[in-house]
Design a protein around this ligand. Structure first.
Ligand code: NAI
Length: 332
């Protein structure tokens, strides 16, 4: 059985080759994204394995189906880049890794937050230049602050528990509040209550038509002046142009993003010798109070191990006509 990987990196090869031994799948790794430009190259594979920035729209799905592909396996949790209705219409199976390591993403969110508000990234560079001055490095305590969390599923829930341990008041918004978190002391409110009361807002809901540009001019204005915003979920949750305006007028005091709406042209690539044509990301990175990481929150040994094991196990089950073992892994 042949599986064709798109957007494959050396670490994908390392983990998938290691865990493929019991299955013996014939894996071919392509570095390119999947999209209309390349889909005609698919030939003789029953499964394709894709990642967050592969474009699996109706056009691509129709060609994949015509080429005999039966399974689209996402080696990630989010699935906003796949047209599930089109896959369903063609009788194709789509699976994902619903929970590989919520803690990996939650811990990275905390790392970004602490880096940004305590300026450790600046301190690191300064000290290396033998500049031991503290001027300009003043931060603020998390203890006693109100942290707003939008989306309290697996990742948001893990983040709530960690940040609760810092002695913060955690105020959350979710369409379905989690009673387990409520018993741990997490409070729920409306989106407006959460945004208006919080010193820090962290986004952990999925990207879908309802949440696209959830953070925009209007919702930014609801937030406290001097708010810190963290997005480790999906770039499309934030209207970047509006966030830039809020940074310029100092309403938004700090912004940390691990995801960006136009990230597919940039992230996961070494562009250090290239001219970046995206002026928006360049403008964002020019702010001293903006921290960007390139979709790195999931990137731990534990997460990559789980991703490889679950993806291969799900493909194997589907090929045998069985359902994947993991709950919520099968999308179509
Ligand atoms: P999950 O499905 O466990 O939780 C999502 C939560 O959001 C659910 O509780 C749901 O009720 C809630 N929600 C849905 N619509 C909402 C809305 N309109 N307003 C408020 N809450 C809403 O998902 P999980 O595993 O916690 O992942 C969350 C997101 O994190 C994923 O959709 C993905 O986009 C992102 N992610 C980012 C990674 C990274 O490396 N930066 C890695 C993995 C996931």
């Amino acid at each position: 059985m042949k599986i064709l990987f798109f957007s494959a990196k050396p670490y994908d090869r390392q983990f998938f080759d290691a865990y493929n031994k019991p299955y013996g799948f014939e894996i071919e790794y392509l570095e390119t994204h999947l999209g209309p430009h390349i889909v005609n190259a698919v030939d003789g594979q029953e499964a394709v394995c894709v990642f967050v920035n592969d474009k699996v729209n109706a056009e691509v799905i129709s060609v994949l189906h015509a080429k005999g592909v039966k399974i689209i396996a996402l080696r990630c949790a989010g699935f906003n880049n796949v047209d599930l209705d089109a896959a369903r219409a063609h009788g194709m199976r789509v699976c994902r890794v619903p929970e590989y390591s919520p803690e990996a993403v939650a811990e990275h969110t905390v790392a970004m937050l602490l880096t940004l508000i305590r300026k450790t990234h600046k301190a690191y560079n300064r000290v290396r230049e033998q500049n031991f001055s503290l001027n300009g490095l003043l931060g603020f305590n998390l203890h006693g602050k109100t942290v707003g969390v939008v989306g309290t599923g697996k990742i948001g829930g893990a983040f709530c528990r960690i940040i609760n341990g810092f002695g913060c008041r955690v105020l959350a918004f979710d369409l379905f509040p989690n009673p387990g978190l409520q018993s741990a002391g997490i409070e729920y409110g409306t989106l407006e209550e959460v945004l208006s009361a919080s010193d820090v807002v962290s986004l952990h809901c999925p990207l879908n038509p309802d949440t696209h540009y959830l953070i925009n001019e209007k919702t930014l204005a609801m937030m406290k002046p001097g708010v810190t915003l963290i997005n480790t979920s999906r770039g499309g949750l934030v209207n970047t142009a509006h966030a830039i305006e809020a940074l310029k007028n100092k309403h938004l005091a700090n912004l940390a993003i691990d995801v960006y709406e136009q990230e597919e042209k940039l992230f996961f690539k070494d562009l250090s010798e290239s001219i970046i044509e995206d002026d928006t990301i360049q403008r964002l990175m020019s702010f001293p109070n903006v921290l960007v990481t390139a979709h790195q929150a999931f990137f731990t040994e534990e997460a990559l191990t789980e991703i490889a094991q679950v993806t291969l196990r799900s493909i194997d089950s589907l090929l045998r006509g069985k359902l994947p073992a993991e709950q919520n892994a099968l999308l179509v």
